[in-house]
Design a protein around this ligand. Structure first.
Ligand code: SAM
Length: 503
């Protein structure tokens, strides 16, 4: 939900390399409404690193529910009202976008505050542990909020009815949607063209690294409090999947991260700007509507200004093409190894925390200053070596002054370099999109087929939207280059004309 996924990258305990000694293997069931069709998926999946694919004993997640279960949602609703949630103007219902969601019961005005979930009904790193001994041990280790809450959630879930959160946990999806649950071969097969594949692999490895760190440092020393049957990579994948798709950062609570039961039934809409926050006057979690809703309409919030790739990564869905104003595509750019100044340029980039290959986000509306600075550096000749440092600094977004740098003498080459990078990306997307019709011919297992159809559809939606942005950039770049070249041609003609006069 609000801007949390990126934070994870910096807070997980990830001193571990990508070497993994345990790999997860799931059996799970997915029921997914995709646009107008319901696709039913039941399959087995595994998460593995590139190097290792070791299958361990299958362990099912014994808590949570199907992603569209209304029965569990109504038990949650009942428990929340009994626990102090005020009467609501919304109800959990089956919806077209997001399977379950909150639907207006009455007219809701624009600018109205909704929800008022009391802080006692919110899960944070300060929540009371039902197993207080386990909580006390974990607190001694100074664990960051994400892995701390992930462990808390598993601990509470394992206590089933004895946990005060049992009605909440029973209404959480047993298999939340996100790229965390795609196998390595699925990521390679469907997302090869998109940079989001790298982010997904990094995230999967971070979760495994975090779990391994907790296991080595804490769980193995307290097996009575953290038994492996409960605290294992499968349950950690589940709890991190829940956090990625439901945790919110509350700006008015000093940026605390929290799981907010009931509020986390709200689905995302790219056009909506309102988000969840703590309201000091009512001392509850609220959001203020930025449009009116009629009874029966689904109410939405914003999970943050995220690209389609980021939404797929954390939440497992891709908005309809052209509906996400925050959509962007990561374009990869690399220095040429044959560059005479390759070493000096790499050195300059290194000083600013960059490497010879970098990715930059491109939007329909344009590209960042950093991308142009990297392009200038990539094409600059040895005679400009004194400017390498300045270019590398501007390519890194760490500089405080985000001044646009311009080198008219190499602008054409730099734009051509950006165009080449976009075109090489476009060809990867086109290759995938062309082949996607034939991709499933080799499927022999019908159960796998449904999953493949579903994942492929998500990948096709993502790749189509990312390629669309690149097409737009290609158009703008070609026009700029044409203008520069025709300007040069005019200047050349003028020069020739003058020369003829003086002759
Ligand atoms: C915070 S939960 C929202 C409640 C969720 N629908 C449920 O029933 O538990 C986030 C999940 O809802 C679904 N979702 C939210 N917004 C969506 C959208 N615009 N399109 C499709 N699915 C969406 C995704 O599965 C996502 O992982």
């Amino acid at each position: 939900m609000a801007e949390v996924s990126r934070i994870f990258q910096s807070v997980v305990l990830a001193p571990f390399s990508h070497k993994v000694d345990g790999v997860s293997n799931y059996h799970y069931k997915l029921y997914r409404r995709n646009r107008n069709n319901i696709i039913n998926i039941r399959c087995c999946s595994s998460i593995s690193t590139a190097e290792t694919t070791k299958f361990t004993k299958t362990r099912d997640i014994p808590w949570g529910c199907e992603t569209d279960s209304l029965e569990n949602a109504s038990n949650l609703q009942k428990w929340l009202s009994e626990s102090g949630l005020p009467a609501q103007k919304m109800d959990i219902q089956r919806v077209d976008v997001g399977e379950r969601g909150l639907v207006a019961l009455n007219n809701i005005r624009k600018g109205e505050k909704l929800l008022f979930v009391p802080t006692e009904l919110v899960i944070t790193a300060d929540s009371k542990w039902s197993n207080s001994e386990a909580g006390d041990v974990l607190k001694q280790y100074n664990i960051p909020d994400w892995p701390f809450i992930a462990t808390y959630l598993i601990s509470e879930a394992s206590l089933m009815k004895s946990s005060r959160w049992s009605n909440y946990i029973s209404a959480l999806p047993r298999q939340p949607y996100s790229l965390l649950y795609w196998t390595r071969s699925e990521l390679d097969r469907y997302l090869e063209a998109s940079q989001i594949r790298e982010r997904a692999i990094e995230r999967i490895n971070n979760v495994i690294g975090t779990y391994n760190d907790l296991r080595l440092r804490i769980f193995s020393k307290h097996p009575d409090l953290f038994p492996e049957e409960i605290f294992n990579i499968e349950t950690f994948n589940w709890s991190f999947g829940i956090l990625f798709s439901r945790l919110v950062r509350l700006p008015s609570m000093n940026g605390r991260v929290a799981l907010v039961p009931w509020a986390d039934m709200l689905n995302h809409n790219c056009e909506v700007k309102t988000f969840l926050d703590y309201d000091r006057s009512s001392q509850g979690i609220v959001f203020t509507t930025d449009r009116a809703y009629l009874p029966g309409e689904q109410v939405f919030i914003s999970y943050g200004r995220k690209s389609n790739g980021e939404l797929l990564l954390s939440y497992g869905f891709v908005p309809r093409e052209g509906t996400n104003p925050s959509d962007s595509v990561e374009v990869s750019m690399s220095l040429k190894k044959s560059d005479k100044c390759y070493k000096e340029k790499v050195e300059a980039l290194k000083k600013h925390g960059l490497s010879a290959s970098e990715c930059f986000p491109v939007q329909v509306t344009g590209w960042p200053l950093e991308l142009m600075a990297f392009a200038y550096l990539a094409v600059s000749p040895p005679s400009m070596s004194r400017q390498f440092e300045e270019m590398a600094a501007a390519a890194s977004n760490k500089t405080t002054s985000r001044k646009e740098i311009k080198y008219p003498e190499i602008e054409e080459e730099a734009l051509q370099f950006v165009l080449d990078s976009c075109e090489s990306s476009i060809s990867k997307y086109s290759k995938f999109l062309q082949a996607s019709g034939e991709m499933d011919l080799d499927v022999t297992n019908p159960k796998q087929l449904n999953r493949r159809v579903f994942l492929k559809q998500l990948a096709v939606d993502l790749c189509t939207s990312e390629r669309r942005i690149l097409y737009r950039s290609q158009y703008i770049l070609r026009r700029r280059l044409r203008d520069i070249r025709s300007g040069e041609l005019r200047a050349l003609k003028l020069f020739d004309g003058l020369r003829n006069i003086f002759k």
